[in-house]
Design a protein around this ligand. Sequence first.
Ligand code: SAM
Length: 290
Amino acid sequence: MDHSIQVSPSIRTKEGDEWKNRQVPSRMPSRIAQIRLVSGHPEVYEPCDDSFALVDALLADRMYLLEHKPVLCMEVGCGSGYVITSLAIMLGQGEDVGGIHYFATDINPHAVRVTCETLEAHGVHAEVICDNVASSGLEKRLGGKVDVMVVNPPYVPTPEDEVGRDGIASAWAGGENGRTVIDRILPVADKLLSDRGWLYMVTLTANNPSQICLVMREKGYASRIVVQRSTEEESLHVIKFWRDPDLQVGAAKDPSMATTQRTTSAVVMDSLLSQFPLLSFWRNNNNSST
Ligand SMILES: C[S@@+](CC[C@H](N)C(=O)[O-])C[C@H]1O[C@@H](n2cnc3c(N)ncnc32)[C@H](O)[C@@H]1O
């Protein structure tokens, strides 16, 4: 099966049961994955703009990912398997860059089945388990071992009682500010990531991404936005986190550091904005709310 295509279209298309990715910037390799929908279930999240944004972020970082030489890649909340399969293919599963292990987890058993079928259809091997990442005890097995983690979490603001429900609701219900599941995943990610681990996470403006960056900064992670995408309905960001030895872990937890914390927040925001002028509306929103 040929996993790679020359990419030229500038928008994403769905042809029959097949998804095609967006245009790859010219500095990126033009060989990307073409993932086929071989299976599905009404209770399983079909790849959507957020899934595509996450894969586009991974594509944008593909050369860095290859140089990074991850040993263990993991997806939390794999849904249809579109993202983990794309990641494995773009990192050359089946080609001469072996040695990468893939691991995926989802709380929804139907998603686990669909992911397994997607992986299998594309010749990708991964271990897929049905588990709630927030209470799974995965740390015993994978603690400090994950070099690349990808997450498209349930981020939609909803009433708290919708979080963790069975079925498709678990794909989007994010609780207050869409942060309930995200805030459960962040400490787990910190425990699972290796010293050189990278985390790619999809967030929505309503999730307060700059505050998420701050939370991770307190754990010693630097961050940058890899992809930002706005629609009429929402503004998505894919943020990459990595450990920065120069950051003082937990510094902002000290009340005497309150001023520093505010300063840090501003620095994080400025850093994000300076990289992405399109996000200047964040600054406007921020100013109007303070
Ligand atoms: C927005 S969907 C993303 C699916 C897929 N990764 C994609 O991008 O198309 C979120 C996924 O996270 C799963 N999920 C929600 N809470 C979870 C938890 N606590 N542990 C593991 N998976 C979870 C959902 O079942 C759903 O499949």
